[in-house]
Design a protein around this ligand. Structure first.
Ligand SMILES: [Zn+2]
Length: 483
């Protein structure tokens, strides 16, 4: 078999980004298409990435006092319709169940597009007093949104996610929770996914249907397009009022509760692919890589006797030290073929070990991010490998951060705005008057939207003028074309 076969088959990223992405998802066996349009099968290798993300996020939720529960997949139509903005926002995307077995249902059931409308009435039963608050619950679940244009992981009709739903005594408590989760998402994206993100508020137009305020983290993918990677909503009392979530406060007065909801989904797998992948394939940050180290014995001479036992011991030592490691001793594939294969699959470290290395008591570590080779004493693998993995993790973040810096531009007027969006994409930092007419015009003429309004606004923003209309600005906005 030709060693270069797999790499050659992958369309280079620079040639056709979208084709590269779709090919890579399938060749690396992250996902496969399903018979139904817009749905996907997450294959074991892709699911392992999601499991790592779940574990890391879930740990963060638990450490900040949240617990998991599970709510039903179906929502009665009358429940979904109670919050006017919510139903208006989700109506075009809802899948309906109209029949149970052979019997038509008296009331249609929505397949949850999100669970506010089923969790709200449940919370109304549970919340009676300020002593019941805060209620900090998360669920890991699937949701369905009938999407017209889909792409594996980034936008699919059914996807997996977590949705947190919390209840608080006061507006301030709910707002603090909303921002605490925003910060948690940012830390997760940057520390574990190695994707730098901008955290900020969404405009009225871009906010969640039914929320008082929506906040999001936004990453910049390597084609210069933005990707929303997690959202956190202050729901105010909107849902509490329609579902009657009331509690007796500390002065024994009945009050409507304050709520938040927040979510992150399997879209994050797509984010990792697009933020770090290159022409040779995936590049996984070690924290979420399904396999962190692959050991490839160099199969020459009497390698089965000389090399393989040491490779097996290295595998055992590393596994015991908590490293996700595999040993590929298959004889039907050449080492060269394996090198290309694991490069394409994004394994952070390849460990080569041949007869000559055995004599020297070492292995050679090859980094997926830089291609750098480094010999490591076999006796010290459990110290060296975790260090190298952390270096890779950090380097991927630094690289993505440098890319974002290079691709974040300030513009002063609309002509410059259009040129940048047309020729370079990336993020544009521009002052905005706050008028939705300008937001619409920008979208119509450049396909860019306001991704976030940064939490920290420059003090002099009122002296600047709107990038669209030139009138005095109210705030700084970050614009981009988004997935
Ligand atoms: Zn304007």
């Amino acid at each position: 078999m030709n060693d270069e076969r797999l790499v050659k088959q992958l369309t280079p990223k620079s040639e056709d980004y979208s084709k590269w992405y779709l090919e890579l998802i399938r060749k690396a066996e992250l996902a496969d298409y399903a018979p139904m349009k817009g749905m996907m099968v997450i294959r074991p290798y892709g699911y392992a990435v999601w499991e790592n993300m779940q574990r890391l996020l879930d740990g963060r939720f638990k450490r900040s006092g949240h617990v998991n529960a599970y709510f039903p997949l179906f929502i009665p139509e009358s429940y979904l319709q109670k919050e006017a903005e919510h139903v208006k926002g989700f109506a075009p995307e809802v899948a309906w169940v109209t029949q149970g077995g052979n019997e038509p249902l008296e009331e249609r059931l929505a397949v949850r597009p999100t669970s506010e409308a089923i969790i709200g009435p449940t919370y109304a039963k549970w919340v009676k007093s300020y002593r019941d608050l805060p209620l900090l619950i998360n669920q890991w679940a699937n949701v369905v949104r009938w999407e017209k244009v889909t792409r594996p992981f980034l936008r699919t009709t059914e996807f997996l996610w977590q949705e947190g739903h919390t209840v608080h005594e006061t507006y301030e408590d709910a707002q603090a929770e909303t921002l605490r989760i925003l910060d948690l998402y940012k830390d997760f994206a940057e520390t574990d996914l190695a994707v730098p993100v901008l955290a900020g508020q969404k405009t009225e137009r871009e906010k969640f249907a039914g929320a008082l305020m929506t906040y999001a983290i936004e990453g910049l993918m390597s084609d210069g397009k933005a990707l929303q990677m997690g959202t956190s909503h202050n729901l105010g009392q909107h849902f509490a009022k329609v579902f009657n979530i009331r509690f007796e406060d500390r002065a024994q007065v009945l009050q409507f509760a304050w709520q938040t909801s927040w979510g992150a989904s399997t879209r994050l797998v797509g984010a990792v692919v697009m933020a770090h992948g290159d022409d040779s394939g995936l590049v996984f940050p070690p924290h979420v890589a399904p396999v962190q180290v692959v050991i490839v014995p160099i199969s020459v001479g009497n390698w089965r006797e000389s090399v393989l036992p040491l490779a097996a011991k290295a595998r055992e030592d590393l596994a015991r030290a908590g490293v996700r490691v595999e040993l590929d001793a298959r004889e039907e594939f050449t080492p060269g073929w394996k090198f290309s294969e694991y490069e394409m699959r994004g394994v952070p470290v390849r460990m080569e070990i041949g007869p000559r290395d055995v004599k020297q008591g070492q292995a050679v570590l090859v980094r997926r991010d830089t291609g750098q080779k480094e010999p490591a004493p076999l006796a010290a693998l459990v110290e060296v490998v975790p260090r190298v993995l952390e270096e890779i993790q950090r380097n991927l973040f630094e690289r993505a951060l440098a890319f974002r810096r290079e691709n974040t531009r300030e513009v002063e007027d609309f002509a410059a705005f259009k040129t940048v969006m047309e020729e370079k994409r990336g993020f544009i930092e521009g002052a905005w008057c706050g008028d939705e007419a300008c937001e619409d015009k920008v979208k119509d003429e450049t396909m860019a939207t306001i991704r976030v309004l940064p939490l920290e606004q420059p003090a002099d923003v009122s002296r600047r003028s709107c990038v669209c209309c030139g009138r005095p600005a109210k705030m700084l906005a970050v614009f981009g074309r988004a997935y």
